[in-house]
Write a new protein. Structure first.
Length: 92
């Protein structure tokens, strides 16, 4: 019984992490293109990858790893653009 509750709790945690990650991605897609939001998405994806329940689902882990790689690139690109804009502003 306790094991069943533990599994249910873990599944609930994964579902919550997944839903909140999708919410953040939706916010980003709706025009909130800031590095902080992208970084939050990266952190959520890292948490999903490290969930022990997902270790049993290689395709799920692979999907989240691909998403993590993508969002790490997005974050890096946004940080580079921000840095370029700051340099440009300082020159004017």
């Amino acid at each position: 019984m306790l094991e069943n509750q533990s599994e249910t709790s873990a599944l609930h945690e994964i579902t919550h992490l997944h839903a909140s990650t999708l919410m953040l991605i939706t916010q980003f897609s709706n025009g909130h293109h800031c590095p902080k939001l992208a970084h939050m998405i990266v952190n959520q994806l890292r948490r999903l990858i490290t969930e022990s329940e997902l270790e049993q689902l290689p395709t799920g882990q692979q999907m989240y790893r691909q998403l993590l790689n993508h969002w790490q690139q997005v974050t890096q690109t946004l940080l580079e653009k921000r840095q370029q804009n700051r340099k440009r502003t300082q020159l004017h």
